[in-house]
Ligand binder design. Sequence first.
Ligand SMILES: Cc1cc2nc3c(=O)[nH]c(=O)nc-3n(C[C@H](O)[C@H](O)[C@H](O)COP(=O)(O)OP(=O)(O)OC[C@H]3O[C@@H](n4cnc5c(N)ncnc54)[C@H](O)[C@@H]3O)c2cc1C
Length: 347
Amino acid sequence: MQVQENVPLAPLTTFKIGGPARYFVEAASNSEVAEALQVAHLKKLPFFVLGGGSNLVISDSGWPGLVLKIAIGGIDERTENGKAIFEVGAGVEWDKFVARAVARNCAGIECLSGIPGSVGGTPVQNVGAYGQEVSETVESVLALDTKDGQIRELCNEACGFSYRTSIFNTSQRGRHIILRVTYALEPVGPAHVQYADLKRYFSGRTRVTLAETRDAVRQIRAGKGMLITAGDDDCRSAGSFFKNPILSEKQFDDLTQRAVAKNLQIPSYPALAAQKKVSAAWLVEHSGFNRGHQHGPVGISRKHALAIVNRGSATAEDVVEFKNEIQQRVGDLWGIKLEPEPVFVGF
Ligand SMILES: Cc1cc2nc3c(=O)[nH]c(=O)nc-3n(C[C@H](O)[C@H](O)[C@H](O)COP(=O)(O)OP(=O)(O)OC[C@H]3O[C@@H](n4cnc5c(N)ncnc54)[C@H](O)[C@@H]3O)c2cc1C
Protein backbone atom coordinates (compact mmCIF):
# COMPACT_ATOMS: atom_id res chain seq x y z
CA MET A 1 0.00 0.00 0.00
CA GLN A 2 1.47 3.28 -1.11
CA VAL A 3 0.69 6.64 0.52
CA GLN A 4 0.85 9.38 -2.10
CA GLU A 5 0.92 13.11 -1.40
CA ASN A 6 -0.86 16.08 -3.00
CA VAL A 7 -2.87 14.01 -5.47
CA PRO A 8 -5.29 16.02 -7.67
CA LEU A 9 -8.87 14.87 -7.04
CA ALA A 10 -10.69 16.63 -9.91
CA PRO A 11 -9.71 13.95 -12.49
CA LEU A 12 -11.15 11.29 -10.15
CA THR A 13 -14.61 12.88 -10.23
CA THR A 14 -17.24 13.17 -12.97
CA PHE A 15 -17.58 16.93 -12.26
CA LYS A 16 -13.81 17.44 -12.86
CA ILE A 17 -13.72 20.02 -10.06
CA GLY A 18 -11.80 20.31 -6.81
CA GLY A 19 -8.35 20.61 -5.26
CA PRO A 20 -5.87 17.89 -4.18
CA ALA A 21 -5.83 15.28 -1.43
CA ARG A 22 -3.02 15.99 1.04
CA TYR A 23 -2.54 12.20 1.35
CA PHE A 24 -4.01 9.56 -0.95
CA VAL A 25 -4.19 5.78 -0.71
CA GLU A 26 -5.74 3.25 -3.05
CA ALA A 27 -6.88 0.12 -1.17
CA ALA A 28 -7.54 -3.09 -3.08
CA SER A 29 -8.34 -5.41 -0.15
CA ASN A 30 -10.00 -5.36 3.27
CA SER A 31 -6.61 -5.44 4.98
CA GLU A 32 -5.33 -2.50 2.91
CA VAL A 33 -8.43 -0.52 3.93
CA ALA A 34 -7.72 -1.31 7.60
CA GLU A 35 -4.05 -0.37 7.10
CA ALA A 36 -5.00 2.97 5.49
CA LEU A 37 -7.34 3.73 8.37
CA GLN A 38 -4.47 2.99 10.76
CA VAL A 39 -2.25 5.49 8.92
CA ALA A 40 -4.99 8.14 9.21
CA HIS A 41 -5.35 7.46 12.96
CA LEU A 42 -1.60 7.52 13.59
CA LYS A 43 -1.12 10.78 11.70
CA LYS A 44 -4.39 12.16 13.19
CA LEU A 45 -5.70 12.88 9.69
CA PRO A 46 -9.35 13.29 8.77
CA PHE A 47 -10.13 10.69 6.12
CA PHE A 48 -12.59 10.60 3.25
CA VAL A 49 -13.71 7.48 1.35
CA LEU A 50 -13.74 7.91 -2.42
CA GLY A 51 -15.63 5.59 -4.74
CA GLY A 52 -16.17 6.49 -8.39
CA GLY A 53 -16.38 10.23 -7.65
CA SER A 54 -19.76 10.61 -9.39
CA ASN A 55 -21.70 12.20 -6.56
CA LEU A 56 -19.22 14.75 -5.28
CA VAL A 57 -18.50 18.44 -5.20
CA ILE A 58 -14.92 18.73 -3.93
CA SER A 59 -13.83 22.12 -2.60
CA ASP A 60 -11.18 24.12 -4.42
CA SER A 61 -8.78 23.63 -1.52
CA GLY A 62 -9.27 19.84 -1.71
CA TRP A 63 -9.09 17.50 1.27
CA PRO A 64 -6.63 18.33 4.09
CA GLY A 65 -6.35 14.72 5.33
CA LEU A 66 -6.24 11.29 3.74
CA VAL A 67 -8.42 10.21 0.82
CA LEU A 68 -8.99 6.48 0.71
CA LYS A 69 -9.93 5.30 -2.79
CA ILE A 70 -11.71 1.94 -2.66
CA ALA A 71 -10.41 -0.44 -5.33
CA ILE A 72 -11.67 -3.79 -3.98
CA GLY A 73 -12.68 -5.98 -6.95
CA GLY A 74 -14.36 -9.33 -7.51
CA ILE A 75 -17.84 -10.61 -8.35
CA ASP A 76 -18.83 -13.97 -6.81
CA GLU A 77 -22.04 -15.69 -7.83
CA ARG A 78 -24.13 -18.48 -6.30
CA THR A 79 -27.74 -19.64 -6.12
CA GLU A 80 -29.52 -19.74 -2.76
CA ASN A 81 -33.21 -20.39 -2.07
CA GLY A 82 -34.03 -19.76 -5.71
CA LYS A 83 -32.26 -16.37 -5.77
CA ALA A 84 -29.12 -15.45 -7.67
CA ILE A 85 -26.73 -14.10 -5.05
CA PHE A 86 -23.92 -11.79 -6.17
CA GLU A 87 -21.19 -10.75 -3.73
CA VAL A 88 -19.49 -7.77 -5.28
CA GLY A 89 -16.34 -5.88 -4.24
CA ALA A 90 -17.02 -2.23 -3.36
CA GLY A 91 -14.54 -1.01 -5.96
CA VAL A 92 -16.20 -2.75 -8.91
CA GLU A 93 -17.69 -0.31 -11.42
CA TRP A 94 -21.45 -0.43 -10.85
CA ASP A 95 -22.45 -0.58 -14.51
CA LYS A 96 -20.02 -3.46 -15.16
CA PHE A 97 -21.82 -5.44 -12.47
CA VAL A 98 -25.25 -4.54 -13.94
CA ALA A 99 -24.03 -5.71 -17.38
CA ARG A 100 -22.89 -9.00 -15.83
CA ALA A 101 -26.21 -9.57 -14.00
CA VAL A 102 -28.23 -8.81 -17.14
CA ALA A 103 -26.00 -11.12 -19.21
CA ARG A 104 -26.83 -13.85 -16.65
CA ASN A 105 -30.53 -13.00 -17.15
CA CYS A 106 -30.95 -11.96 -13.52
CA ALA A 107 -33.52 -9.27 -12.81
CA GLY A 108 -33.69 -6.52 -10.20
CA ILE A 109 -31.12 -3.91 -11.24
CA GLU A 110 -31.65 -3.62 -15.04
CA CYS A 111 -33.26 -0.15 -14.67
CA LEU A 112 -30.15 1.02 -12.81
CA SER A 113 -28.03 0.53 -15.93
CA GLY A 114 -25.70 3.37 -16.81
CA ILE A 115 -25.47 4.94 -13.34
CA PRO A 116 -21.81 5.91 -12.89
CA GLY A 117 -19.76 5.14 -9.81
CA SER A 118 -18.76 2.14 -7.77
CA VAL A 119 -20.71 -0.73 -6.22
CA GLY A 120 -19.73 0.55 -2.75
CA GLY A 121 -21.33 3.90 -3.54
CA THR A 122 -24.75 2.43 -4.34
CA PRO A 123 -26.03 1.73 -0.79
CA VAL A 124 -24.84 5.14 0.43
CA GLN A 125 -27.62 7.15 -1.20
CA ASN A 126 -29.73 4.10 -2.13
CA VAL A 127 -29.30 4.81 -5.83
CA GLY A 128 -32.43 4.66 -7.88
CA ALA A 129 -33.69 5.27 -11.39
CA TYR A 130 -36.53 4.30 -13.71
CA GLY A 131 -38.57 2.66 -10.97
CA GLN A 132 -35.88 0.64 -9.17
CA GLU A 133 -33.73 1.34 -6.10
CA VAL A 134 -30.82 -0.78 -4.85
CA SER A 135 -32.58 -1.17 -1.49
CA GLU A 136 -34.90 -3.66 -3.25
CA THR A 137 -32.02 -6.05 -4.00
CA VAL A 138 -29.27 -5.34 -1.44
CA GLU A 139 -29.20 -8.34 0.86
CA SER A 140 -26.34 -7.14 3.04
CA VAL A 141 -23.38 -4.80 3.20
CA LEU A 142 -19.98 -5.79 4.56
CA ALA A 143 -18.38 -2.77 6.19
CA LEU A 144 -15.45 -1.79 8.35
CA ASP A 145 -16.75 0.14 11.34
CA THR A 146 -14.28 2.96 11.91
CA LYS A 147 -15.50 3.36 15.50
CA ASP A 148 -13.98 0.06 16.66
CA GLY A 149 -12.11 -1.25 13.61
CA GLN A 150 -14.37 -4.32 13.35
CA ILE A 151 -15.69 -5.70 10.04
CA ARG A 152 -19.43 -6.38 10.21
CA GLU A 153 -22.16 -7.59 7.87
CA LEU A 154 -25.17 -5.23 7.95
CA CYS A 155 -28.46 -6.72 6.78
CA ASN A 156 -30.79 -4.74 4.53
CA GLU A 157 -32.93 -3.45 7.42
CA ALA A 158 -29.85 -2.27 9.32
CA CYS A 159 -28.94 -0.02 6.37
CA GLY A 160 -32.05 2.14 6.98
CA PHE A 161 -32.80 2.71 3.31
CA SER A 162 -35.20 5.40 2.17
CA TYR A 163 -35.40 7.82 -0.77
CA ARG A 164 -31.76 8.74 -1.57
CA THR A 165 -30.79 7.96 2.00
CA SER A 166 -29.41 5.25 4.24
CA ILE A 167 -27.58 5.24 7.57
CA PHE A 168 -24.41 5.73 5.50
CA ASN A 169 -25.34 9.30 4.52
CA THR A 170 -27.50 10.27 7.51
CA SER A 171 -27.32 9.01 11.11
CA GLN A 172 -23.96 7.22 10.67
CA ARG A 173 -22.40 9.32 7.93
CA GLY A 174 -18.67 8.60 7.59
CA ARG A 175 -18.70 5.75 10.13
CA HIS A 176 -18.68 2.69 7.85
CA ILE A 177 -16.29 1.87 5.02
CA ILE A 178 -18.18 -0.40 2.63
CA LEU A 179 -16.04 -3.32 1.49
CA ARG A 180 -18.51 -5.56 -0.31
CA VAL A 181 -22.22 -5.56 -1.18
CA THR A 182 -24.37 -8.69 -1.56
CA TYR A 183 -27.32 -8.47 -3.96
CA ALA A 184 -30.14 -11.03 -4.26
CA LEU A 185 -31.48 -11.02 -7.83
CA GLU A 186 -34.30 -12.89 -9.53
CA PRO A 187 -33.04 -15.53 -11.98
CA VAL A 188 -34.89 -15.25 -15.30
CA GLY A 189 -37.08 -12.59 -13.69
CA PRO A 190 -39.21 -10.21 -15.74
CA ALA A 191 -37.86 -6.80 -16.70
CA HIS A 192 -39.25 -3.91 -14.64
CA VAL A 193 -40.88 -1.68 -17.25
CA GLN A 194 -43.03 0.63 -15.11
CA TYR A 195 -41.56 4.07 -15.52
CA ALA A 196 -43.26 6.38 -18.08
CA ASP A 197 -40.11 6.89 -20.22
CA LEU A 198 -39.56 3.14 -20.47
CA LYS A 199 -43.21 2.35 -21.19
CA ARG A 200 -43.14 4.93 -23.99
CA TYR A 201 -39.93 3.41 -25.38
CA PHE A 202 -41.51 -0.04 -25.53
CA SER A 203 -45.04 1.11 -26.39
CA GLY A 204 -47.10 -1.72 -27.85
CA ARG A 205 -44.65 -4.42 -26.69
CA THR A 206 -45.80 -6.95 -24.13
CA ARG A 207 -42.58 -8.93 -23.62
CA VAL A 208 -39.33 -7.16 -23.10
CA THR A 209 -36.02 -8.80 -22.17
CA LEU A 210 -33.63 -7.62 -19.49
CA ALA A 211 -31.00 -6.89 -22.14
CA GLU A 212 -33.47 -4.76 -24.11
CA THR A 213 -34.41 -2.89 -20.94
CA ARG A 214 -30.75 -2.23 -20.15
CA ASP A 215 -30.16 -0.89 -23.69
CA ALA A 216 -33.29 1.27 -23.49
CA VAL A 217 -32.31 2.76 -20.13
CA ARG A 218 -28.80 3.56 -21.36
CA GLN A 219 -30.20 5.16 -24.52
CA ILE A 220 -32.73 7.26 -22.58
CA ARG A 221 -30.02 8.29 -20.11
CA ALA A 222 -27.65 9.29 -22.96
CA GLY A 223 -30.39 11.53 -24.36
CA LYS A 224 -30.54 13.30 -21.00
CA GLY A 225 -26.77 13.63 -20.51
CA MET A 226 -27.08 11.14 -17.65
CA LEU A 227 -24.72 8.56 -19.16
CA ILE A 228 -21.01 9.30 -19.04
CA THR A 229 -20.24 9.61 -22.75
CA ALA A 230 -16.87 10.74 -24.12
CA GLY A 231 -17.14 14.11 -25.86
CA ASP A 232 -20.51 15.04 -24.30
CA ASP A 233 -19.82 17.99 -22.01
CA ASP A 234 -23.40 17.85 -20.69
CA CYS A 235 -22.34 14.89 -18.58
CA ARG A 236 -19.48 16.76 -16.86
CA SER A 237 -21.66 16.89 -13.76
CA ALA A 238 -22.52 15.17 -10.49
CA GLY A 239 -25.78 13.85 -11.95
CA SER A 240 -29.04 15.29 -10.61
CA PHE A 241 -28.03 18.21 -8.43
CA PHE A 242 -31.21 18.42 -6.34
CA LYS A 243 -33.42 15.79 -4.74
CA ASN A 244 -37.11 15.73 -5.63
CA PRO A 245 -38.69 17.42 -2.60
CA ILE A 246 -41.07 15.34 -0.51
CA LEU A 247 -43.96 17.58 0.53
CA SER A 248 -46.61 17.52 3.21
CA GLU A 249 -50.20 18.00 2.05
CA LYS A 250 -50.11 21.60 3.26
CA GLN A 251 -46.90 22.31 1.34
CA PHE A 252 -48.36 20.69 -1.77
CA ASP A 253 -51.52 22.83 -1.52
CA ASP A 254 -49.39 25.95 -1.15
CA LEU A 255 -47.32 24.97 -4.19
CA THR A 256 -50.47 24.28 -6.23
CA GLN A 257 -51.90 27.69 -5.34
CA ARG A 258 -48.68 29.42 -6.33
CA ALA A 259 -48.80 27.54 -9.66
CA VAL A 260 -52.46 28.44 -10.30
CA ALA A 261 -51.64 32.11 -9.64
CA LYS A 262 -49.07 31.84 -12.43
CA ASN A 263 -51.44 29.95 -14.73
CA LEU A 264 -49.31 26.84 -14.39
CA GLN A 265 -50.03 23.28 -13.39
CA ILE A 266 -47.72 21.13 -11.25
CA PRO A 267 -46.89 18.12 -13.42
CA SER A 268 -48.14 14.85 -12.01
CA TYR A 269 -45.99 11.76 -12.49
CA PRO A 270 -47.39 8.57 -10.91
CA ALA A 271 -43.93 7.46 -9.74
CA LEU A 272 -43.39 10.75 -7.90
CA ALA A 273 -46.97 11.14 -6.65
CA ALA A 274 -46.86 7.73 -4.97
CA GLN A 275 -44.08 9.04 -2.72
CA LYS A 276 -45.58 12.57 -2.36
CA LYS A 277 -42.64 13.97 -4.31
CA VAL A 278 -42.63 16.85 -6.78
CA SER A 279 -40.24 17.24 -9.67
CA ALA A 280 -37.18 19.30 -8.71
CA ALA A 281 -36.43 19.66 -12.44
CA TRP A 282 -39.83 21.38 -12.98
CA LEU A 283 -39.18 23.77 -10.07
CA VAL A 284 -35.73 24.66 -11.42
CA GLU A 285 -37.02 25.21 -14.97
CA HIS A 286 -39.97 27.28 -13.74
CA SER A 287 -37.67 29.52 -11.74
CA GLY A 288 -35.89 30.81 -14.82
CA PHE A 289 -33.12 28.22 -15.11
CA ASN A 290 -33.82 26.56 -18.41
CA ARG A 291 -31.81 23.81 -20.05
CA GLY A 292 -28.64 25.31 -21.48
CA HIS A 293 -28.72 28.27 -19.00
CA GLN A 294 -25.17 29.72 -18.63
CA HIS A 295 -23.75 31.15 -15.41
CA GLY A 296 -20.11 31.89 -16.18
CA PRO A 297 -18.20 28.61 -16.37
CA VAL A 298 -21.13 26.61 -14.94
CA GLY A 299 -24.66 26.14 -16.21
CA ILE A 300 -27.62 23.85 -16.60
CA SER A 301 -27.23 20.85 -18.89
CA ARG A 302 -28.73 21.35 -22.36
CA LYS A 303 -30.40 17.96 -21.93
CA HIS A 304 -31.70 17.95 -18.35
CA ALA A 305 -32.77 20.80 -16.06
CA LEU A 306 -31.57 19.04 -12.94
CA ALA A 307 -27.88 18.75 -13.80
CA ILE A 308 -25.45 21.54 -13.04
CA VAL A 309 -22.59 21.16 -15.50
CA ASN A 310 -18.99 22.29 -15.54
CA ARG A 311 -18.46 24.00 -18.89
CA GLY A 312 -14.71 23.35 -18.66
CA SER A 313 -12.99 25.66 -16.19
CA ALA A 314 -15.48 25.87 -13.32
CA THR A 315 -14.39 25.97 -9.71
CA ALA A 316 -16.26 24.60 -6.71
CA GLU A 317 -16.90 28.23 -5.73
CA ASP A 318 -18.71 28.79 -9.06
CA VAL A 319 -20.86 25.72 -8.42
CA VAL A 320 -21.77 26.75 -4.88
CA GLU A 321 -22.63 30.30 -5.98
CA PHE A 322 -24.91 28.98 -8.75
CA LYS A 323 -26.48 26.37 -6.45
CA ASN A 324 -27.26 29.11 -3.89
CA GLU A 325 -28.85 31.27 -6.58
CA ILE A 326 -31.09 28.40 -7.74
CA GLN A 327 -32.10 27.52 -4.17
CA GLN A 328 -32.85 31.16 -3.38
CA ARG A 329 -34.99 31.68 -6.50
CA VAL A 330 -36.92 28.40 -6.08
CA GLY A 331 -37.49 29.28 -2.42
CA ASP A 332 -38.74 32.79 -3.23
CA LEU A 333 -41.03 31.69 -6.07
CA TRP A 334 -42.32 28.35 -4.83
CA GLY A 335 -41.74 28.33 -1.07
CA ILE A 336 -39.66 25.15 -1.29
CA LYS A 337 -36.07 24.59 -0.15
CA LEU A 338 -34.30 22.37 -2.65
CA GLU A 339 -31.82 19.98 -1.09
CA PRO A 340 -28.65 19.14 -3.01
CA GLU A 341 -28.05 15.47 -3.82
CA PRO A 342 -24.22 15.37 -4.16
CA VAL A 343 -21.87 15.18 -1.20
CA PHE A 344 -19.85 18.36 -0.49
CA VAL A 345 -16.27 17.50 0.46
CA GLY A 346 -13.72 19.75 2.17
CA PHE A 347 -15.94 22.83 2.59
C1 LIG B 1 -24.16 11.47 -15.08
C2 LIG B 1 -24.62 11.00 -13.74
C3 LIG B 1 -25.83 10.32 -13.62
C4 LIG B 1 -26.26 9.86 -12.35
N1 LIG B 1 -27.46 9.20 -12.27
C5 LIG B 1 -27.90 8.77 -11.06
C6 LIG B 1 -29.17 8.10 -10.95
O1 LIG B 1 -29.87 7.88 -11.94
N2 LIG B 1 -29.57 7.70 -9.72
C7 LIG B 1 -28.81 7.91 -8.60
O2 LIG B 1 -29.24 7.51 -7.52
N3 LIG B 1 -27.60 8.51 -8.68
C8 LIG B 1 -27.14 8.96 -9.88
N4 LIG B 1 -25.93 9.61 -9.96
C9 LIG B 1 -25.13 9.84 -8.73
C10 LIG B 1 -24.03 8.79 -8.50
O3 LIG B 1 -23.69 8.15 -9.67
C11 LIG B 1 -24.42 7.73 -7.47
O4 LIG B 1 -24.77 8.36 -6.25
C12 LIG B 1 -23.28 6.74 -7.21
O5 LIG B 1 -23.77 5.63 -6.51
C13 LIG B 1 -22.12 7.33 -6.41
O6 LIG B 1 -21.13 6.31 -6.29
P1 LIG B 1 -19.59 6.64 -6.30
O7 LIG B 1 -18.86 5.38 -6.18
O8 LIG B 1 -19.25 7.48 -7.49
O9 LIG B 1 -19.46 7.49 -4.97
P2 LIG B 1 -18.61 8.82 -4.71
O10 LIG B 1 -19.16 9.92 -5.55
O11 LIG B 1 -17.18 8.54 -4.80
O12 LIG B 1 -19.00 9.10 -3.18
C14 LIG B 1 -20.31 9.47 -2.82
C15 LIG B 1 -20.48 9.26 -1.30
O13 LIG B 1 -20.43 7.85 -1.03
C16 LIG B 1 -19.36 7.58 -0.13
N5 LIG B 1 -18.76 6.30 -0.54
C17 LIG B 1 -18.41 5.89 -1.78
N6 LIG B 1 -17.90 4.65 -1.73
C18 LIG B 1 -17.94 4.26 -0.44
C19 LIG B 1 -17.55 3.08 0.26
N7 LIG B 1 -17.00 2.04 -0.37
N8 LIG B 1 -17.74 3.04 1.61
C20 LIG B 1 -18.29 4.08 2.27
N9 LIG B 1 -18.67 5.22 1.67
C21 LIG B 1 -18.49 5.31 0.33
C22 LIG B 1 -18.39 8.74 -0.25
O14 LIG B 1 -17.63 8.90 0.93
C23 LIG B 1 -19.36 9.89 -0.48
O15 LIG B 1 -19.89 10.31 0.75
C24 LIG B 1 -25.46 10.08 -11.20
C25 LIG B 1 -24.24 10.75 -11.33
C26 LIG B 1 -23.82 11.22 -12.59
C27 LIG B 1 -22.52 11.93 -12.70
